[in-house]
Design a protein around this ligand. Structure first.
Ligand SMILES: [Zn+2]
Length: 432
């Protein structure tokens, strides 16, 4: 990772400095991903393989609207960095508008892209219960001795992860399987003049990403954003020297990575940039990010055919000014929901269910179409089945080692077993 990190960031910085006085990067992600890809000859094949699997699965929307719990850890060393809750509420509004296509500037999506513009049917809510089961606002304000958290370009590890640990002046994550952790802090880099606005890890196990792209440990999983980029009513939004990122869309972009999306141009900076793609069919092939130019004429990979489309610079997974973003695509929606259902399904469990993993197997098979087998240790316990929206579907007592689910519609479900003082839960998918 060391060579990857150092080599690529130099390239990016050089490219950006030619066109702008202050180099700004929407996120620090691509500087380690591109080189990995170059070192992995199987990458493209896996990419295609994963996308086919994704398209053939149910990720498109059978589960309805998903609501995901988030916790914000605000790390501050001075008043400016201590972002008030009102700004975080604004940030949450932005996120929910963008992921439900309720953003006012959806009207700016160019006609050519309207057929694929998507309501991702994903929304976000502040956590109401903390990992210990206590009520919470979902926002922590924590004073730190650290004036900044620095991405060290030449380090062998992602030093920005220090914000995720109390022992290094940050704040420990809440159970990353069940909460989306978002750390807000003063993000810096040790490359002179370079500013990174955010960074996040994709879920592990997505074969379209180069190996080891996900968080090095579960405790490091989540999203980091620079304090100036939060919300659209941020009183210190200009502290970073630019007004191009003042509408809270850094988090819309980083959340896309967290849910498995790549940059629209596939993170290719070398050689034939049009040979690499993001693995999503309905984002046009493009050769680079828009680099904050908001250039509606951009067409970096014109193939000369009548069907050729311009670069989709309005996509949240481009690099652009906040004001120029306005859409995700149907393909991206499918991809994110697939990643959510398969790899981040802990986020879909109702918040008041405490999962305990002391049994080898709770229920099986998964997916199922008519019967769900239940661990014999649970016989005699009460059970409740919830749908993906957290609504109770069925309740009863386990009399044998199986349950009929033939009457349930296709979709994702959670089953909870209450046994003396213990609760066990599991998810299962019903297919026709
Ligand atoms: Zn990014």
């Amino acid at each position: 990772m060391k060579k990857t990190l150092s080599f690529l960031i130099l390239i990016i910085v050089c490219q950006v400095q030619m066109t702008a006085q202050t180099p700004h990067f929407k996120c620090g992600y691509d500087h380690f991903i591109t080189m990995k890809k170059h070192h992995d000859p199987h990458w493209f094949g896996l990419n295609q393989q994963m996308f086919e699997a994704c398209k053939n699965n149910r990720g498109g929307g059978t589960g309805g609207v998903y609501t995901l719990p988030v916790v914000f850890h605000v790390l501050y060393n001075n008043d400016s960095q201590n972002i008030p809750d009102s700004v975080i509420y604004s940030q949450l509004d932005v996120l929910n508008e963008d992921y439900r296509r309720l953003n006012a500037d959806a009207v700016n999506t160019r006609e050519i892209f309207l057929p694929v513009a998507a309501d991702c049917e994903i929304q976000f809510a502040l956590a109401t219960v903390d990992p210990q089961g206590n009520p919470t606002t979902g926002i922590e304000h924590i004073m730190t001795d650290r004036t900044e958290f620095t991405l060290e370009i030449f380090s062998t590890v992602n030093t920005l992860d220090e914000v995720k640990h109390t022992s290094t002046g940050g704040a420990d994550a809440w159970d990353t399987e069940h909460y989306i952790n978002i750390w807000i802090c003063n993000v810096t880099t040790d490359f002179p003049g370079a500013q990174i606005f955010g960074m996040s890890y994709p879920p592990g196990g997505l074969d379209n990403w180069p190996a080891n792209s996900n968080a090095p440990t579960a405790e490091d999983d989540g999203i980091v954003i620079h304090y100036t980029t939060v919300g659209r009513n941020n009183p210190v939004s200009e502290d970073d020297g630019t007004d191009l990122n003042d509408l809270g869309r850094t988090l819309s972009h980083e959340m896309g990575h967290y849910l498995g999306l790549r940059h629209t141009w596939g993170d290719e900076f070398f050689g034939d940039v049009c040979s690499e793609d993001d693995g999503i069919d309905d984002t046009p092939l493009c050769g680079s990010g828009d680099q904050f130019e908001c250039d509606l004429t951009a067409n970096t990979c014109d193939d000369g055919t009548l069907n050729d489309q311009p670069d989709m610079i309005e996509n949240y997974m481009d690099y652009n000014q906040d004001a120029c973003y306005n859409m995700f695509t149907e393909g991206q929606k499918t991809w994110m929901r697939y990643a959510l259902e398969e790899l981040r399904s802990g986020l879909l469990q109702p918040l008041d269910i405490r999962t305990m993993h002391t049994m080898e197997k709770i229920t099986w098979p998964n997916p199922t179409s008519d019967a769900l087998f239940v661990n014999s240790q649970l016989r005699g316990s009460d059970y409740t089945i919830y749908n993906a929206a957290g609504q109770m579907i069925e309740r009863g007592n386990i009399r044998s080692n199986s349950l009929s689910v033939a009457d349930l519609q296709s979709g994702l479900y959670f089953i909870q077993f209450d046994m003396e003082n213990m609760t066990f839960s599991n998810r299962f998918m019903v297919r026709d």
